[in-house]
Design a protein around this ligand. Sequence first.
Ligand code: NAI
Length: 702
Amino acid sequence: MTAQYEVRGAVAVITLDNPPVNGLGYATRVGITDGLARAEGDAAVKAIVITGAGKAFSGGADIREFGTPKALAEPNLLSVILALEACTKPVVAAIHSVCMGGGLELAMGCHYRVAVPGTQVALPEVKLGLVPGAGGTQRLPRLIGLENALNMIVSGEAVKSELLAVVPGQKLFDKMIDGDLMAGALAFATEVADRHAKDKSPLPLVRKLKVTHPNADAYLQFTRNTVGAMSRNFPAPLKCVEAVAASLTLPFDAGMRKEREIFISLMMTPESKALRHAFFAERAAGKIPDVPADTPLRDVKKVAVIGAGTMGGGIAMNFLNAGLPVVMLEMKQEALDKGLATIRKNYESQVKRGKLKADKYEQRMALLSTTLNYGDLKDADMAIEAVFEDIGVKQQVFKALDEVMKPGAILATNTSTLDVDKIAAFTKRPQDVIGTHFFSPANVMKLLEVVRGAKTAKDVLATVMALGKKIRKTCVVSGVCDGFIGNRMIEQYSRQAGFLIEEGCTPVQVDKAMEKFGMAMGPFRMGDLAGNDIGWYIRKRRYVEKPDLKYSKTADLLCELGRFGQKTGAGWYDYKPGKRDAIPSKLVEDMIATHRKELGITPRKISDDEIVQRLVFSLVNEGAKIVEEGIALRASDIDVIYLTGYGFPLHRGGPMCYADTVGLFNVAQAMKRFARNPLDDQKFWQPAPLLARLVAEGKTFS
Ligand code: NAI
């Protein structure tokens, strides 16, 4: 049962009941139309109330049915709304908690609406690259005015019901109900039914209202300009303006046709596909096939953080923000003092910018304690280690943790390159050891790679995934390998960037091409920000471990000059003291030119297309290997990592989604072309077996 029917006095009550948010799936839609028919046929019923069970009125479409025949099966939402409008007895929507998307469109199809304060009201379709598709763009302006409706539809943001209720002239809510919504709705429904019975007035329909605006043309032009400028890579926001404008210029039914036309055209755009992909990918990332959703979790009430450096401080802040006490351990008091001062400075800057209330800041700091003594960690339920990236140091720390931490405590490492299984083996409880790979700055970046060791217990994994959610991270599971998912791929990307400058590009050209593609930052600006010494350190290890792997030497030459990036005031670019603006460096260009000469390379002109393809497809090829090896559970997990942790453009949906959009056949063809370039790593460009197989079968990653 996904919609319930009962009669209370003379009012029929249809209750949407499709947890978690009463999505308007097929069975629910049938439930509504059946309920309407029953109420129409029952002479004892004089009005109908529609409401939602549990935590929502309705959150809109049932996303579980997306892409299935059920999503469009009749009665579709448009038909349900027509049935509501056609009902001869007044239908009152009783709205609470969440009223979004199709849920709001449904409510606007009712004759009347009552709501409780605090309800989140939104048409969020733009966030999936769409416009509302069941009359939202035509009815909302009729109820709250052109400007308010445009703001809501273009932004997709939720507005509280009590704010909408005070919009001058609004007709969205006929009555606000403080207290018992159902009692209020029943009384209201009875009252309007009696009134209509008495004065024989027709039932009000939103479609009959008119949208007016004193200066519509100028206002719409202004909106088109601002929205266009703010949403360059996304067509949907401007299309929202177009659809809403139709509510002003066209009769209702013509406006509905316009909305439908726009909706269908947007469904086909790569941007909407990318946004929908990202939306579902993020949901899928939380699912681990062999770890059921109801796995019992371990209790984590207090967290220990080992190391108060760059990462340790940021990691601690995440837990403090979520209200969990943290004890931070260092070897020396100075290091603790420094770490503590950085945390304070971070919070103080948030207070100054008005992002954090002063009392909240104090509350958070009160949750933080520090120590030099492992004995003080014994009441913590989890320890996260963020000490130097050195296996010897990690060994010391994990042995000490094994000694003092209580049985069942989770022992996590924030290592970025070391073997989590090896670290687990330093303890007598490898089942309790896991990797939590945060990204810098750890208190800001959304991504958390959760590294599952060979022996990590399922409940440890489930607990860390849940805890990640609690501290508002996007968690993706990775198996153990060098660099895990994100950094293992970025190494290939950086190698390609190196070859490109050897062959003829400047760092500026590469960065510009990638930024035009949509990356938040090109690879060289990114290197300067993260510190070029990190890559240098990794390459030195590679030269020993994998002497056959080819790298451009330019990055090493740069580091030999001490140009580690912003922190040393110079890297691939020059920097003015205290400034972050990347200034193209003559010295670096000369250095590259000299190096090319030494290698006997005549520089060639390289197109932006080639730059983008070599860099992005290097991610794709390594990504395919990662999926095949089972390091990533699914290709879409890789997209989540790149969208949330590496500045990959959202409108492209992540590297794997982008490859699907380009066509895997075309991707593999390009790789074969790159494999013929003697200055590139020819072996690397053999399409990964998974990719080759998908091409042969005409399939995609998703
Ligand atoms: P950091 O050098 O800023 O901080 C390390 C801290 O650990 C220092 O304060 C040091 O005093 C302390 N420490 C060293 N040995 C210790 C011991 N035996 N007991 C207690 N404290 C000890 O280093 P950072 O950047 O915070 O890195 C920490 C870990 O996080 C490393 O494993 C690194 O690979 C990893 N990581 C770093 C990222 C970054 O962008 N910096 C990103 C993701 C992971």
